[in-house]
Design a protein. Structure first.
Length: 183
């Protein structure tokens, strides 16, 4: 092999490494997105506070159904916040960088063990729970929203349920086939 071929091969490897390092570093573009989602938690907190304050101020005047609807709204916001946290931690951990929390005693156990498949299933489970609450809220206020709205809500909810079951089934099949390959 002549020196010229060696040099061009080396330059090609160097260029390839630079491109690969650049692509690998591009994962940090996601970091500001996760910071933005964390700030979104603050927005949910403000809305939670507003909803809670509105309920507390009108507690005596509201009917039992109104109080139940208000509490369901608070649960809805709580589920959304939990979902947001799962996406922030899981997404950052899986796609940007490992979280180095120094063994902090309050670190949730699931943080180091949540893969993309787990995030996907938890996301769908949360969406199903949130949509179930929305259907229940619609059912409890059927006079205000109308039967057709509740029926459409149930149809959308069942679509989410079916999607979640199909995703879980696909993940189960994939994990079973991967386990079978390693045996």
């Amino acid at each position: 092999m002549n020196p010229r071929e060696k040099t061009s091969g080396h330059a090609s490897n160097l260029g390839e490494r630079i491109v690969e390092q650049g692509i690998f570093a591009s994962r940090w573009i996601l970091a500001p997105i996760y910071v933005g989602l964390a700030l979104g938690l603050l927005m949910l907190l403000v809305k939670f506070g507003q909803e809670f304050w509105h309920m507390a101020v009108h507690l005596i005047d509201n009917s039992v159904e109104d109080v139940i609807l208000g509490i369901l709204s608070l649960i809805d916001l709580s589920l959304m916040a939990n979902l947001l946290l799962m996406i922030i931690f899981g997404g950052y951990q899986n796609f940007v960088s490992k979280l180095e929390l120094g063994g902090h005693e309050d670190t949730p156990e699931w943080i180091g063990h949540v893969g993309f498949s787990d995030i996907k299933l938890k996301l769908m489970a949360s969406i199903v729970a949130i949509s179930a609450i929305e259907v229940l809220k619609g059912f409890l206020s059927i006079e205000k929203v109308g039967l057709q709205t509740v029926i459409w809500g149930m149809a959308v909810h069942m679509t989410f349920v079916l999607s979640a079951v199909l995703l879980a089934g696909m993940d189960w099949i994939i994990s079973k086939s991967q386990r079978h390959r390693t045996i």
